[in-house]
Design a protein around this ligand. Structure first.
Ligand code: ADP
Ligand code: ZN
Length: 751
């Protein structure tokens, strides 16, 4: 029987504190329960994240009472949490937080309208003292508002203060507390275009795939184990979504529930509507799309919580959302679908650093339900799992609308004059192609891969790139120290004065200023209507939909963007897609650089020519012969995979090894260096022979947020060996104060 609990306090920016469990509660407390505790002499509400037998906190205080459990963590989810904490070397409490509904910080939804209370006048000690004697419940209300420092929803306020409306009313009459009503609700999102509700006849490829899936859905409940996940490899526009919809339909008919994961960036009203419009009526719900709950980061906490609760109460049986929707509180799952399974945004870049696709596969196994991963460009890991017999392959090799794949033209930047290089990087063929679209009244998307933080050494005469002899990764040029460094193995060398290939001295000063691209385009096409879309310009809620809406309505001729615009969007009038500089992705210091470039080009190409007219894609590069570009050009996933997998095998990169990235950071360079030396020292000492420990290296992004950053990379054939090693080493390590060490299992970002 556990004696202690770790509690996440609601309104304290994620603070976790330990409390003792009083005897009378020992039988009843469970993970996820809501409790009242004392925090600096005030009562506060929190959630139990972890139950423990021991606590090292001296003078620990007891839990005051139970507010009631409005969350339930099922046994399957508990197992999932334990697996995640173990596999990702993450604190158990950090994992539990993912499984609980979003916390409210002074906001709460209760029906359509909510009453918010706020202090109109700050009471002084004297007033509080008098009230405390006369009307302690009124005093409690004032105190709750004082400590909240903002307005509170009335039900939340009354719960916190342990009071009722009867005690609130005198305070309102006395002018101490103001009440206002605000509208709450989940915005439907404005849709410029209502998608046809017509259900298409499946084509023969889809028939076959759906048949296999329906059979799996029907038979899965019986045997809970030994069923393999599916990988649906379907070219862009092959009708994967229709396959998902059919599978979901069957799941709903059999009374079960489902999770659909999509990358955050493609979670547009358009995508959501495709699911809602199909299942609205199936549930017989009201207009807002009963049956489907949406979870994404643009919602406020209150909205996300409301969606979460609808799922938990069974009012919605389909959860669609980004990464965190994998934890949707659904029981009786009939399928988990992960669309665009290759997407990096499924990897969470903060603790716990989980990969939602892999968690989905594990959840499916624990819950005993089929898992369907879909992509036009499957990840090397997933396809390798097919080859190894761990996943089952389903294929949609043709576009559903019978269109041909668009033509991809490669422009060799080495052959373009100096002007193109300085002129915002627009080559003559790309300029001509844009011009033609403007004349025809058609639209263009220009894809601008954000400039990497690190710079590779690239020769603009011959395209040569300096690579690590051990890892074959592009080396990073640290100008200040005059070093070339490999961030995977730590190998470093002096940068060459001239290109080793063609002897050109220009290799030291390369790199197109991508910042200038937009300027260059505006100058080249002064009368065109141009919009840019990237993380910087899209911070405001709704601005993303706004720009897309304008683009769809034909009010924008040229859309410039980053990754954001490469996914899942369907624009019939776009007939040209230009990639300004394919090399930035290709030469990033990352063993997945080639894979990412292939995926990007293929996905981007899928955006062109979705309508009546045929599309064209123009790729600018200094490395036209690179396999990623050539295979993408020929729409040849198999060829790309064969070449990539042999590269991974030759250099023992994942999936031929498991990787653990250890990051060390500190505001002090000296302490960070001391820390990283200690870390490499202890891992070298403790690691079994089967584990490779790299040299300590500065992270490609050496300084960020005023911190000095280093990393060490461990490789092993066994993930379990790595995890065990990490935990044991961490428990022995005494790092200098303010040196922070984090573990990243199966890392995706090497920065
Ligand atoms: P994917 O998700 O594979 O990129 P989509 O599901 O978006 O492809 O389908 C691409 C287009 O083809 C959509 O406009 C969709 O409505 C249409 N489509 C899908 N299946 C069929 C079908 N069986 N018959 C006709 N059109 C279809
Ligand atoms: Zn190396």
């Amino acid at each position: 029987m556990p004696s202690f609990a770790r509690i996440l306090i609601d309104r304290s920016e994620g603070q976790e504190l330990d409390y003792a469990i009083p005897l009378e509660l020992k039988e009843s407390v469970a993970l996820g329960d809501r409790v009242v505790v004392l925090l600096r002499k005030r009562r506060a509400v929190g959630t139990i994240l972890e139950l423990m037998d021991h606590s090292e906190v001296p003078g620990i205080r007891p839990i005051e009472g139970l507010v009631g459990g409005d969350t339930t963590v099922t046994p399957a989810m508990m197992s999932l949490a334990r697996w995640m904490a173990d596999y990702y070397c993450a604190p158990f409490a950090s994992v539990m937080r993912c499984m609980l509904p979003p916390m409210l910080r002074g906001e709460k939804i209760a029906g359509k309208k909510i009453r918010m209370a706020r202090l109109l006048k700050t009471p002084d000690e004297l007033e509080l003292g008098v009230l405390g004697k006369k009307a302690p419940k009124q005093r409690a209300i004032l105190e709750a508002l004082l400590s909240a420092k903002s307005s509170l929803a009335v039900p939340e306020l009354l719960r916190l203060a342990g009071s009722s409306d009867a005690s609130l009313r005198p305070l309102v009459i006395a002018g101490m507390v103001g009440i206002e009503e605000i509208r709450a609700g989940i915005e439907g999102g404005t849709l410029e275009e209502v998608l046809p509700g017509r259900i298409p006849h499946l084509n023969p490829d889809q028939e076959k795939v759906v048949g296999i899936l329906l059979e799996a859905i029907a038979s899965f409940g019986n045997a809970s184990n030994g069923k393999l996940p599916f990988l649906l490899y379907g070219v862009t526009g092959s009708g994967k979504t229709e396959v998902y919809l059919r599978a979901l339909q069957r799941v709903l008919e059999s009374g079960k529930s489902a999770i659909v994961l999509v990358p955050e960036i493609s979670l547009t009203p358009q995508t959501v509507e495709r699911f809602r419009s199909r299942f609205d009526h199936a549930e017989g719900g009201e207009g807002g799309g009963a049956g489907v709950a949406v979870l994404h980061s643009h919602l406020t906490n209150a909205e996300r919580r409301e969606e979460w609760m609808r799922l938990q109460r069974g009012e919605a049986r389909i959860a669609i959302g980004a990464r965190s929707a994998v934890f949707a509180p659904l029981s009786n799952l009939g399928i988990i679908i992960v669309d665009e399974e290759h997407e990096n945004t499924y990897k969470q870049e903060e603790t716990p650093r989980y990969h939602a696709r892999d968690v989905a596969v594990m959840r499916g196994r624990l819950e005993g339900c089929p898992v369907l991963l879909g992509s036009a460009t499957p990840s090397v890991e997933s396809y390798r799992n097919v080859v190894a017999g761990k996943y089952r392959l389903l294929e949609l090799p043709r576009r559903a609308d019978g269109q041909l794949m668009p033509l991809i033209r490669v422009v060799d930047l080495r052959l373009q004059g100096k002007r193109a290089k300085s002129d915002g990087g627009l080559s003559a063929p790309l300029q001509m192609a844009i011009n033609k679209r403007l004349e025809l009244g058609q639209q263009t998307i220009l894809f601008l891969n954000r400039r990497g933080f690190a710079t590779s050494m690239l020769c603009e005469q011959c395209g040569h790139v300096c690579r690590c002899p051990n890892c074959s990764l592009s080396m990073t040029f640290h100008r200040a120290e005059e070093r070339l460094a490999c961030h995977l193995c730590g190998h470093s060398s002096r940068p060459p004065e001239r290109c080793p290939e063609c002897r050109d001295p220009g290799i030291r000063h390369s790199g197109i200023g991508t910042q200038r691209v937009e300027e260059g385009i505006r100058k080249a096409f002064p009368s065109a209507r141009i919009a840019r879309m990237d993380a910087d310009t899209m911070t405001r809620r709704g601005s993303y939909e706004e720009v897309l809406g304008k683009f769809r309505a034909g009010k924008i001729d040229i859309l410039i963007g980053t990754q954001m615009i490469a996914k899942g969007l369907d624009f019939p009038n776009v007939t040209l897609v230009g990639i300004i500089n394919a090399d930035i992705g290709l030469h990033s210091p990352d063993f997945r650089a080639g894979e990412r470039t292939f995926q990007l080009l293929t996905q981007v190409a899928g955006r062109a020519g979705r309508g009546e007219t045929e599309g064209e894609v123009i790729v600018q590069t200094f490395s036209p012969a690179s396999p990623s570009i050539q295979h993408a050009r020929h729409h040849d996933f198999a060829g790309f995979y064969e070449q990539e997998i042999s590269f991974r095998e030759a250099f023992r990169h994942p999936p031929f090894s498991r990787m653990l990235l250890i990051r060390i950071r500190s505001v002090s360079l000296e302490r960070a260096e001391r820390g990283v030396t200690m870390v490499t020292g202890i891992f070298r000492k403790m690691a079994p022979a089967s584990v490779e420990v790299s040299e300590a290296a500065p992270a490609p992004l050496e300084r960020s947020h005023g911190q000095y950053r280093f990393h060490v990379i461990l490789k092993s054939s066994s993930g379990a060996v790595l995890g065990k090693l990490a935990r044991e080493a961490a428990s022995q390590l005494r790092l200098p104060e303010d040196v922070v060490m984090t573990f990243d299992v199966d890392p995706y970002s090497m920065m």
